[in-house]
Design a protein around this ligand. Sequence first.
Ligand code: GLU
Length: 530
Amino acid sequence: MEFRARFAPSPTGQVHIGNIRTAIFNWLCCRHAGGTFLLRIEDTDLERSTKQAIDTLLECMQWLGLDYDEEPMYQTKQCAKHLAAAETIRTQGNAYKADPAVEASPLYFRIPVDCDDFPFVRTVGNAEVTLAAEQHFLVNRAGLTFFTLSAKGKPVETQACLAGFKDLKVYDADGNILFALNAETLPGILDGSATFECDNAAKITYTKREVFYHDMVKGDLSKPLDSMRDFIIIRSDGSPVFHLANVWDDIDQRVTHIVRGDDHVENTYRHLFLFHLLGYPVPVYAHLPMIVNKQGKPYSKRDGDAFVGDFRDKGILPEALFNYLTLIGWAPGDDREKMSKAELVEAFQIERAQHSPAQFDQAKLANMNGLYIAEMPDERFIELAWDFAQRMDWFSKAEKVKFDDVAKLMKSRTKVFTDLAAWGYFFNNELEYDAKGVRKFMGTTEQRDGLNKLAEGLESGTFNTPEDVENFIRATEQACGMGEFQLNQPLRVAATGTTVGAGMYETVLILGTAETAKRIRTALEKNPLA
Ligand code: GLU
């Protein structure tokens, strides 16, 4: 069977990671199956779906390498077809105007009462419901309205479609039948000419049915028909509603597989009817669980970066974001995490998607990005880092040759490009000192004497390799009667202002030995012993 799946976003200006993960999963399914990946822009919310919002979406997709196979479909251009589909449904007798007397009245889709032979409807048994006493009971074209009692004894209103109550019988408290939905009463109810209402209904009985389907991710799902309601397909202003537009466009794009967020599961129970009545096979569904925060709540901007653009701005690589997002709610079944696109395409099976919500972890994404940086050629890293560095406050002081050396040295310590903020000490001669570091590593006369000796030696000696620097530091420690490595941290604090950084011997060579000596003297001067 041909495999055709689509990404059908509603552009809003920012692309949430949850949405783009849906796009990625669809893309992977299609590429894995050798199928067709389609894009449909559900741009019917004219206020939010601006040209800019659509451009942002397309840019995000391009940045992540989510290429699609046919011309994108724009939902707004499909309006005439949606109206024609509504007309088909109406002609079948499966739609009604909320108020037939009013021309501009919304058009409702009626879930057909006669649906026993639909492949996704089944009978589950007989139901009996006790009603709250002396409450209004109504059966009309739009369905049933009745009241039951809550656990606390309060009347609770239920409104539901007629289809949920096959063979409905309504009884009074003495067991007399007040009304029955049957071949005699049904036509009048359906065409709106008849209504049944009363205040003394005590009980109803009916045949219970449910809508069911198999979801590739969530397994077997079902929903009782008596919990569903007829729904609007054309608004009073004549515009098609999401359900109709979405289903018709899936038909029009000949979609065979629908992979989307599980916030659409409830819609699917309705969409099954529309596909069936419009005469098309129901596609295969796969609903992906939400991306959540550490508390298990839907992941939002409040939890940190949530939009693709945020990650791009922070210097996350598209291949790392792509890889990381595939692992939110999916795993290859072995212990691989870092996987190239080709490996992902090869391994991707939607059935392996996780059923429960998947947690988004910024730190894991940063680690993944670090792995991609580590494996990239130095030249590429330098190029990307130079681009990113333009926004750093130290950039104006960075000469390219020195920058390249710094980048090579710092590459293995870089997880995300915002880490470049910590490279400032290479280029700023005015340092800010870490107060704790100063106390700990420049706080004794022994340390300060050692630093003075280092400054003297660095000024007068010749150092060509990191080993030369290292040997000199070791010799100075010995000469001062200090233990091995006792001068490394004092030197780091004095020369960089911080207690953490890349290899100290390499750092000294990049700074230059004369500059390092100067920095040591300045540090001693600016941070006198208390
Ligand atoms: N425009 C809908 C959304 O973004 C698409 C739903 C679907 O994939 O069918 O939620």
